[in-house]
Design a protein around this ligand. Structure first.
Ligand code: NAP
Length: 281
């Protein structure tokens, strides 16, 4: 069984990105810049943003966090985004989710120009991804995709089952696997016989948010299992996959923590660099 080491893969990716930033600096005499807007004082958001800032600096990106209190007005955020859209030193803009209830998420996402949308949430990027064109791809599914490709470079003809259909994870994951010529089944809370669907998968990606939903007898022998879930339980953080059971059957599996999570931030840096290169050309 291959334990897919997300920490190691993310470190390798960051090292590649560090070298790329250095050569971009030589070529353009400037480095890609990532600006994160953080609203409110939710602890998980603060931790994510701190980790993003630290990793961005590690690879040599210019990194900035703009903080607002929970009570900030929507118009203030929109004006800041318009300002950042025009700022040549900013290659990527990210507004940390979730937002306070009085701020319209759709308006905020659509205010960021697609060229600087490092999260890949803008409808233009979503459309480009589903049409098979170049686009920013949401960081978590991009990380999952890179991990799957490490284990199995040729995915053509494989049967993939994605559990969850969120815009953040399930849907973009499906598009990435389709692009690789997988036959993809996307499942959700109304799917009948989820176990039966999973049993058909050469690849199973679980992005649900239910602790250890996917059991050992849901998985075909020698499949690749990617666990996106991060669930706080009495026994600590666990994924959507019952690791002890599934790791006995699968060919390869990501642990939680230490699997998909570390790749998410590394992919954000990758997206920032891609945005920079696109903006230069
Ligand atoms: P989400 O928006 O809540 O979507 C969950 C999806 O799971 C929905 O499509 C839902 O179906 C489906 N679902 C719910 N119960 C189900 C069931 N019993 N059987 C089959 N499908 C079911 O969640 P998300 O934002 O995609 O996040 C999913 C998990 O990933 C969470 O644990 C989150 O913390 C984690 N996450 C991890 C990272 C990372 O970096 N590792 C990043 C983001 C999120 P319906 O559409 O029918 O409701």
């Amino acid at each position: 069984m291959i334990l897919i080491d997300g920490k190691k893969e993310a470190a390798n990716l960051r090292e590649e990105l560090r070298k790329e930033v250095s050569s971009l600096k030589t070529k353009y005499n400037k480095v890609p810049g990532l600006t994160v807007i953080l609203i409110g004082d939710l602890t998980p958001s603060q931790i994510y943003v701190r980790n993003k800032e630290k990793s961005a600096k590690e690879v040599g990106l210019k990194s900035e966090v703009i903080k607002y209190p929970d009570s900030v007005e929507e118009i203030t955020i929109l004006k800041k985004i318009y300002e950042l859209n025009k700022d040549d030193t900013v290659s990527g803009i990210l507004v940390q989710l979730p937002l306070p209830k009085h701020i319209n998420k759709k308006k905020v996402i659509e205010a960021i120009i697609p060229e600087k949308d490092v999260d890949g949430f803008h409808p233009m990027n979503v459309g480009n991804l589903s049409s098979g064109y170049k686009s920013s791809v949401p960081c978590t599914p991009l990380g999952c995709y890179l991990l799957i490709k490490k284990v199995e470079p040729n995915l053509s003809g494989k049967k993939a089952v994605v559990i969850g259909r969120s815009n953040l994870n399930g849907k973009p994951m499906t598009q990435l696997l389709l692009k690789e010529n997988c036959t993809v089944t996307i499942t959700h809370s109304k799917t009948k016989d989820l176990k039966g669907e999973c049993l058909k998968g050469d690849i199973v990606v679980a992005a649900v948010g239910i602790p250890e939903l996917v059991r050992g007898d849901w998985i075909k022998k020698d499949s690749i299992v990617i666990d996106v879930g991060i669930n706080k339980t009495e026994k600590g953080i666990v994924g959507d996959v019952a690791f002890d059971e599934v790791s006995k059957i699968a060919k390869a599996i990501t642990p939680v923590p230490g699997g998909v999570g570390p790749m998410t931030i590394a992919c954000l840096l990758k997206n920032t660099i891609e945005c920079f290169k696109r903006l230069q050309s």
